[in-house]
Design a binder for this molecule. Structure first.
Ligand SMILES: Cc1cc2nc3c(=O)[nH]c(=O)nc-3n(C[C@H](O)[C@H](O)[C@H](O)COP(=O)(O)OP(=O)(O)OC[C@H]3O[C@@H](n4cnc5c(N)ncnc54)[C@H](O)[C@@H]3O)c2cc1C
Length: 327
């Protein structure tokens, strides 16, 4: 059996984008090794037949639906282990994010399976899946191959593209899970609503990121105005230096201890380009940096560098984009 099981996170009737990327990738790779991609969802009555069936659009042929608490890792580990035991999946695939890391690690321990995290690409060879992961500050790619019955692949956020296929409808299978006693020891008291949490930096096509060079918290208004001029799927992001200083919410932090992003355009204003920041944004398609110091490290990995004062450049850029758009 060469089937792939993916976990799909959902909230208020919407599936998480990373999870849909994992289903799409799982479907493509499973078909290359003669298998199918299945999805597992966990939650309450909001998981209607219709909602679950819609995962077929992304390539899932079956959806295992377990009733239980959503948003915590351990119940999902129980449910995935049960689906794998009953069905014999060869791979478990996650789209990334903290929950994916927790579930993947827990599942690896439970099933004594090999696990690779921060995977950016999957390829097939001799009927197996190989996971590619950047290492040494993304300067090299390591390739993992799995021994044993199960291999666990955890993607980097946004690594897998969402692909919708016309007319797909998945078969929904209810999974009766007996949860481990420890799986109920943590309960979700409240889903966090962090200030700025509505900013989806991981899903944005354009990010306008600000750093200490903005000078003060109000400096972010320049970034917000520029983001507004771009419009569409644009968000404002930040470095750790400024979120630690309380200038901007943690939800917007990019980097080693923040989020990893790969937008189409990453515009960095007043950011030096420290390695801990770079690892979170270097896979952006286009990087444009504004910095008054021509020797700033960020210019070493920018596609376009503008040396100058952001207080002058950002407003001009905002006006230029507005006039180009005729707004
Ligand atoms: C364990 C660890 C984890 C970390 N994790 C992260 C992380 O996840 N994300 C992260 O971002 N950092 C992280 N850091 C911190 C990181 O090392 C840097 O300190 C931080 O990224 C610097 O932020 P910055 O670029 O905003 O500030 P600075 O390094 O102070 O850079 C400010 C830049 O603004 C420029 N500038 C100043 N004024 C202007 C102006 N008027 N116009 C144009 N340019 C101007 C300056 O030339 C300078 O290059 C971590 C550090 C450690 C030790």
């Amino acid at each position: 059996m060469a089937d792939v099981l993916t976990y799909v996170l959902h909230y208020e009737g919407q599936f998480n984008k990373n999870s849909l990327g994992a289903v799409s990738e799982g479907a493509t790779r499973a078909s290359e090794i003669g298998g199918e991609c299945h999805a597992l969802v966990l939650g309450g009555e909001d998981l209607s037949d219709q909602l679950c069936q819609s995962l077929g659009t992304y390539g899932a042929s079956k959806v295992f639906r377990a009733r239980g608490p959503e948003g915590l890792a351990q119940p999902v580990v129980d449910a995935m282990a049960k689906a794998i035991d009953e069905h014999g999946h060869s791979y478990a695939l996650f789209g990334g994010g903290l929950l994916g890391f927790e579930i993947g690690a827990g599942l690896a321990a439970r099933k004594q399976a090999g696990v690779t995290m921060e995977v950016t690409a999957i390829r097939t060879q001799d009927g197996e899946l190989l996971a590619e992961r950047p290492i040494l500050q993304d300067s090299k790619i390591s390739v993992s191959r799995y021994r044993g019955e199960l291999g666990i692949i955890i993607g980097r956020i946004n690594a897998f593209e969402i692909v919708s296929r016309d007319g797909g409808s998945a078969e929904v299978i209810d999974l009766d899970v007996e949860y481990s006693p420890w799986s109920g020891k943590a309960t979700m008291v409240q889903r966090g609503e962090q200030r700025g949490a509505d900013v989806d930096i991981e899903g944005a096509d354009i990010l306008v990121a600000g750093g200490r060079g903005l000078g003060k918290p109000e400096g972010f208004e320049l970034c917000e105005l520029l983001a507004g001029a771009f419009g569409g799927n644009t968000a404002v992001a930040a470095t750790r230096a400024v979120v630690d200083a309380g200038w901007y919410p943690y939800a917007a932090q990019i980097g080693q201890t923040g989020k990893t992003v790969s937008p189409k355009l990453y515009l960095a204003a007043g950011i030096s380009g420290a390695i801990q920041h770079k690892v979170g944004m270097q896979s952006s398609e286009n990087i444009v940096a504004i910095n008054k110091d021509a020797g700033a490290p960020i210019f070493e990995f920018s596609d376009l560098g503008i040396v100058g004062d952001l207080n002058k450049i950002l407003p001009k850029l905002t006006e230029a984009i507005k006039s180009r758009k005729g707004s």
